[in-house]
Write a protein that binds this ligand. Sequence first.
Ligand SMILES: [Zn+2]
Length: 319
Amino acid sequence: MIGLYFRGRVGLPMISRAGVPVVDAHSHYFGSQTLRSWAERGRTMESFAKRLNTRTDMKGFELPDENWDTAQRWVDELDRYGVEAMGVMVGDDAYEEFKEASKRFPGRFMGFRNIDPAQPDAPAKVREAARDGLRGVKLYPSSWRGMKVYDEAVYPVYDECLRNGMVVFLHFGITIGSQADLRNGNPIDIQVPSRDYPDLKFIIAHFGAGFFREVLLMQYQADNVYMDSSGSNSWMKYMPYDLDLKQIFRKAVQAGGSHKVLFGTDSTFFPRGWRFNILEAQVQACRELKAEGVLKDEDLQRIFHDNVLELTGMSGSTL
Ligand SMILES: [Zn+2]
């Protein structure tokens, strides 16, 4: 079992408070610098706070003072809930802080660097991230102006990812960011790159955030397109038919297999911290599917723990 070896300094796998071993594949690392600069840009902050209020379960977030220690706070959260590690998306402004954090707490964080392929140094940033021990990149086609994931201009980023054994997370579908351009938000757009890079692993965040049908169709079309379960999946509300977590997991596993689904929480800010409620709800949905004979224990083990470690090459080693 992967958990036996994963952390390298404990003899037994860590079991989360929800009763299964857990690695969170998708959360975010914001440095204290990022939060401070948001606070200074008053208008951004105001509109951001408003969007959080109306579209998420966060009623606000804490701003850092001098004693703020982001890394320690996340590790305390992981310990509190018995979570082995968290995969985090890291922007440029948090990059140095994140590197420090992963050195201070080996085995607890795995990094995925936000990359804007329109920047001329994008491939160099991927290389740097690989050298620094990060395990993949995150692209935001729904948010970043004019970003089409099938454009030749993005291919140098894919080349570097392939060369360095890094995975590619993608945010398609609806987004909390106010700069969205949903014309580029359809996961079908990744079909051609997934065909051109059969050895690269593409992970679509939030089950496609509204484009669930397309993510399922991709399971027929490609073997290297995965999905993560992160966040509240509130996109369900905007579907023309009823959908719940149990139904989502059932369809996802039936279309792609349990090795295609990676658990994540999309944890971001304090005081909300690590989103245990997301884990509870998703474990519950999967347990119900187990009772119905759709999933087995090994499927839960894969979804909540093993898949992300295998995809990032972490299985059997320390982070
Ligand atoms: Zn996210």
